[in-house]
Design a protein around this ligand. Structure first.
Ligand SMILES: [Zn+2]
Ligand SMILES: [Zn+2]
Length: 145
């Protein structure tokens, strides 16, 4: 299923494929579309609360699984034990994570990892379907402190 990239279209796609559009579901889609950055359940809590929603943790995770399954959001693993998700409809990119203030910036690489993938393909006889690559360090503000 190819999903639309604006919220109304996306919701219509879900609706017509037989899915319910709960308040939580709509709020999450909206938050991920607006924020365009990796968000954990911990980040989502307060954002949902300002919209009058306080879902149980289990409900929230189930909903995130649903949105991931429908390829609306994707998992981002920043190796700190937190499961984060971000909106999927955007160019392929990586992240630079500040280990001090936890700020997450997008990183787009001109040739991405084409050379590296070619190397892995030849050396390991491995067909790569996708990759994730995140960088950890200090952001401009934190490195000068
Ligand atoms: Zn920082
Ligand atoms: Zn890449």
């Amino acid at each position: 299923m190819v999903l639309g990239s604006d919220q109304a279209e996306l919701e219509a796609d879900l609706f017509y494929s037989g899915h319910r559009l709960t308040k939580l579901r709509k709020a999450l889609i909206n938050i991920f579309m607006l924020r365009r950055q990796p968000l954990s359940a911990l980040d989502l809590g307060p954002l949902l609360k300002t919209r009058g929603l306080t879902p149980h943790k289990v409900t929230l995770y189930r909903e995130l699984d649903f949105l991931e399954d429908k390829q609306i959001i994707q998992k981002v693993d920043l190796a700190d034990g937190w499961q984060r998700f971000e909106f999927i409809d955007r160019p392929h990119h990586h992240h630079a994570v500040c280990v001090k203030c936890k700020k997450i910036e997008d990183v787009e690489l001109e040739h991405d990892n084409a050379d590296l993938e070619k190397l892995i393909k030849t050396k390991n006889n491995f067909q790569i379907l996708r990759h994730t690559l995140e960088f950890f360090g200090l952001c401009g503000e934190c490195k000068n402190v």
